[in-house]
Design a protein around this ligand. Structure first.
Ligand SMILES: NC(=O)c1ccc[n+]([C@@H]2O[C@H](COP(=O)([O-])OP(=O)(O)OC[C@H]3O[C@@H](n4cnc5c(N)ncnc54)[C@H](OP(=O)(O)O)[C@@H]3O)[C@@H](O)[C@H]2O)c1
Length: 328
């Protein structure tokens, strides 16, 4: 039996759908229960429910965006750093495997020497290397609490090494998108923001992400961190061109003149824009389609929110399309 933590969220709901499709038995538990004071109770409960693997999709992302984390730091720290460390300890005590959804937002900019940031590169957008957003700081801290630490080896960039032997999977998701129009989908956000920030990024097609994570478990690839993004990178204007090309929304897209203007007019905390390397996942035998292919496919199969839920939005949205939270 798989335990899914955070099944009520955008990412967690899709893991639930995958398990249902594959007829894999799973059960849900709220991430709010994963505190150190509950540890012993959780160990007994998971053991009694014959849990064989834990997937943690819970985390505090901030709504409508990461700026909200700056105003709710305790919750953010608990959800992104304390929670994964409790998962690690509970699973360690039971001798069962686990996978944790982390984020590529622990990096910003380009890797010195070129190429995408690798799993063994120390984060450069975190509390140890400010400036960063509070959200990104807690995501990097979450990885530290799972055993990773910065080690300077006098190479081109400090390494991100495990203190002993990695025991679980850390899957880094980055700017999720898919074919379902909705407030959490990057492709919808691009269409709804008044002004866009020009940047180059790695992205994750959400179903591809969930499939690839589960493939790690099925194929028993070595434990550790994996950047689970569709290979390649795109700029915001390339994404806009694809949206136009597929006739999804031909509005007149406006861009901020600079990141400074974006920071002054639209953001309270710095954003991570970065490219991640994907060779580790590929070398483990897990192939994802290129980011361009995944974008083209999602736009070809685009399902508008009104088509899915009705113009008056009187139909009950599924839990993964949290329309009430739309605030772009
Ligand atoms: N969405 C993105 O753009 C994105 C990008 C990269 C990485 N990620 C990571 O992916 C994971 C899932 O994100 P998501 O987009 O699915 O988030 P989401 O839709 O906001 O769902 C978050 C889930 O985590 C739970 N949660 C929130 N705060 C918590 C806390 N303080 N303690 C325990 N549980 C808490 C929520 O439970 P309740 O129902 O109780 O609120 C919910 O089940 C997170 O770790 C996030 O950092 C997301």
């Amino acid at each position: 039996m798989i335990l899914l933590i955070g099944s009520t969220g955008f990412v967690g709901a899709l893991f639930g759908e995958l398990f249902d499709r594959k007829s894999i038995s799973w059960t849900a538990m709220s991430g709010r229960r994963f505190t150190f004071s509950e540890k012993d109770k959780l160990i007994s409960e998971l053991s009694a429910r014959s849990i064989s693997f834990v997937i943690n999709c819970a985390g505090y992302t901030g709504k409508p965006n990461v700026d909200a984390c700056e105003l709710d730091k305790g919750n953010c720290l608990e959800g992104n750093a304390i929670l994964p460390s409790v998962v690690r300890e509970v699973c360690g005590a039971l001798g069962i495997g686990w996978g944790h959804v982390s984020s590529g937002c622990v990096f910003a900019g380009e890797r010195p020497g070129g190429g995408g940031w690798r799993e063994d590169d120390a984060p450069n957008f975190c509390f140890r290397r400010p400036p960063c957003s509070f959200y990104s700081g807690t995501k990097a801290l979450g990885e530290e609490l799972l055993g990773w630490r910065e080690v300077d080896t006098c190479a081109d960039w400090p390494k991100w090494e495990h203190e002993s032997v990695p025991q679980g999977y850390v899957w880094r998701l980055r700017i999720p998108f898919d074919e379902n129009d909705g407030p959490r989908n990057y492709l919808s956000k691009v269409q709804r923001y008044e002004n866009l920030l020009q940047a180059r990024n790695s992205l994750s097609q959400l179903s591809d992400f969930v499939d690839a994570c589960w493939e790690c478990v099925e194929k028993r690839v070595p434990h550790g961190i994996y950047n689970v993004t569709n290979p390649g990178s795109v700029t915001t204007s390339e994404v806009v061109d694809l949206i136009n090309k597929h006739g999804v929304n031909n509005k007149d897209y406006k861009f901020f003149d600079s990141e400074e203007e974006f920071m002054t007019k639209a953001a309270k905390t710095p954003r991570s824009n970065c490219v991640l390397g994907t060779t580790k996942l590929e070398a483990a035998g897990i192939k994802m389609r290129s980011v361009r292919e995944a974008l083209e496919w999602s736009l070809e199969h685009w399902k508008r929110e009104v088509e899915r839920f009705g113009e008056a939005r009187d139909c009950k949205p599924s839990k993964r399309n949290d329309i009430d939270r739309l605030s772009l």
